[in-house]
Design a protein around this ligand. Structure first.
Ligand code: TRP
Ligand code: SF4
Length: 407
């Protein structure tokens, strides 16, 4: 596939609709999306089929969460004029590419993906011994490859899925990325290099392909670079023939690790729905007040006059996210000297969190009052996504040799 600058800069990420979004999603993911959309061609989507792989017995949560999630994205500043927002299951081409990739996805690769065994162990109440669950990262690969995304913002746990995507793309290109007669054309190009150089090329190719010698790969590329009598097409063929890659139909993405600090929850552990320690993006002022006031503090501060240690207090973890330097210093000194009480300490935190959540909550309410508008945004996004996905599928089918369907 030819790479226009726009597609080289394409970013894609998906989120499973598994419940209400909370401040952990905001600090860990959405703020990053909002930053990225300004400078990249971003595609963000609701991974509802992925949610189905684990929640096929409890689908209500998916249908309830899909639109809530889109509203939360928009309310936090994800902008449909800058990014393409869509729902996975409304772009059927993902399913077709998933199917085709599944033909060449070695079982061993899938069984070795670390999330596979981890999730089965973690979600012991669900039967995940399904074909669909094993194929989870193949579907994710299809999501990524169908848009030719070069960057995939993900958390640590998803890096292995992006790595699998790269391997599947490479395997696809290796198996199908050859023009008809590629080998013959490559061989005849070799003979144009002259006997001595041709022999050198062949031996470097063998050293790389049979022994994995990457120095030989570099030398081979340099050799081709120095050949004056090769056409551009022949040189491109010989580069592909050297590394065994063939023509690139699907391009390999990079994982973009989100470097946001870990968002602490109400109990000091990472904020996560499964710990029940979250604050939602639509939390009322009163609930924020109540939840922070009742947060545990350093147990050493039994009485107001007992000094404490902020590093042992989950409230201070949240201050690290919200407080400016002056407030932070005030907390540290006041806590260690018992100059302030815990409720004093919590007050600026409560105010900062209320100030952050209020505009999100208000924008969400306005969006909920106008569901037609939100549906239109998604409908437009699905159309745009489908257009790109269809182009890729035309290339993919042609590469596999399935284009007889289109005649
Ligand atoms: N598996 C991702 C998660 O659980 C969601 C997802 C599905 C995704 N398809 C994707 C993320 C493609 C990035 C790219 O968070
Ligand atoms: Fe925690 Fe603040 Fe109380 Fe210290 S003063 S224990 S940091 S809540």
């Amino acid at each position: 596939m030819s790479q226009s600058p726009a597609s080289r800069d394409r970013i894609l990420s998906g989120m499973r609709p598994t419940g209400r979004l909370h401040l952990g999603h905001y600090h860990g993911v959405l703020r990053n999306w909002v930053d990225l959309q300004a400078s990249h061609d971003c595609f963000f989507f609701v991974a509802d089929w992925h949610a189905l792989t684990t929640a096929y017995e409890n689908r209500e949560v998916i249908s309830q969460s899909v639109w809530d999630m889109v509203v939360d994205w928009l309310a936090t500043g994800v902008n449909p004029n800058l990014a393409t927002l869509f729902i996975q299951s409304r772009v059927m081409e993902h399913a077709e590419l998933h199917l085709l990739l599944s033909m060449i996805a070695p079982l061993g690769w899938l069984e070795r993906v670390p999330t596979y065994k981890d999730q089965i162990a973690e979600l012991r109440d669900r039967d995940l011994a399904t074909y669909g669950f094993l194929g989870y990262p193949v579907l994710q690969s299809a999501d990524i490859l169908i848009y030719g995304a070069s960057g995939v913002p993900v958390g640590e746990d998803q890096v292995s899925h992006v790595e699998l995507t790269r391997e599947l793309a490479r395997r696809f290109n290796h198996l199908f990325g050859r023009e008809p007669g590629f080998e013959d054309k490559a061989e005849s190009a070799i003979s144009k290099m002259g006997k001595k150089q041709a022999r050198l090329y062949r031996s470097l190719r063998r050293r790389y392909q049979e022994a994995g010698d990457t120095d030989a790969l570099g030398e081979g590329r340099a050799l081709l670079e120095s050949q004056q009598n090769l056409t551009i097409a022949d040189r491109a063929r010989l580069v592909g023939y050297l590394d065994g890659g063939g023509r690139n139909v699907l391009s390999e993405p990079e994982a973009l690790l989100t470097h946001s600090p870990r968002m602490p929850g109400l109990d000091g552990r990472k904020m996560s729905k499964s710990y029940g320690n979250t604050l939602s993006l639509r939390e009322s002022d009163a609930d924020i007040d109540r939840k922070i006031r009742t947060m545990p503090t350093d147990p050493a501060r039994v009485r107001r006059i007992d000094p404490g240690e902020p590093e042992k207090c989950p409230v201070f973890d949240l201050h690290k996210v919200y407080a400016d330097d002056a407030t932070r210093a005030w907390v540290e000194n006041g806590c260690r000297s018992a100059g302030i009480g815990c409720l004093d300490c919590k007050k600026p935190l409560i105010e900062a969190m209320q100030a952050e959540v209020a505009p999100i909550r208000e924008r969400a309410a306005a969006l909920e009052a106008d569901p037609g508008h939100v549906q239109q945004i998604i409908s437009d996004g699905c159309d745009r996504a489908r257009g790109v996905a269809r182009e890729t599928m035309t290339e993919v089918r042609a590469a596999i040799g399935l284009d007889y369907r289109q005649r």
